[in-house]
Write a protein that binds this ligand. Structure first.
Ligand code: DHK
Length: 149
């Protein structure tokens, strides 16, 4: 079954994009990224775009997306490196998730090298700035089990 909807889920501090360490995370705001993704999704797929600084809210959204059969683009921010709860939520709801990062986490501090989410993700895209999100959307829309694309 092709995805009827892609849910883009952003975790802590991503509401600060544009102001936050622009040398690492770029000059674009989260609203800029949302607008560009909506243009890319256009009439190909419905898109829901969310951000929260709260781990529990992210857990709920991941459960819901999985149960609804939606594809997920997930930038969990620092929870990537700490959250067993987010990994469990992906498994519990069965969400098909592409893990994204603006920065190349593997070229940064050692504590960013480990992800609790990668083992339960379909794939991981990191290091391409806001283009990581666009590559993830293309990846989800062209998964072999998503024959509509
Ligand atoms: C975003 C964050 O907030 C960091 O905590 C991660 C990620 C990296 C990013 O590159 O998008 O370590």
């Amino acid at each position: 079954m092709p995805f009827q909807r892609i849910v883009v889920i952003n975790g802590p501090n991503l509401n600060m994009l544009g102001k936050r360490e622009p040398g690492i995370y770029g000059a674009r705001t989260l609203a800029d990224i949302e607008a560009a993704l909506r243009a890319q999704a256009a009439d190909r797929v419905a898109l829901t775009f969310r951000q929260s600084n709260s781990e529990g809210e992210l857990v709920t959204w991941l459960q819901e997306a999985g149960l609804a059969g939606d594809g997920v683009i997930l930038n969990a921010g620092a929870y990537t490196h700490t959250s067993i709860a987010l990994a469990d939520a992906i498994k519990a709801g069965g969400a098909r998730v592409v893990e994204v990062h603006l920065s190349n986490v593997h070229a940064r501090e050692a504590f960013r090298h480990h992800s609790y989410l990668s083992p339960v993700a379909v794939g991981v895209i990191a290091g391409f700035g806001d283009r990581s999100y666009h590559l993830a959307l293309e990846a989800l829309l062209t998964l072999p089990e998503n024959p509509k694309s």
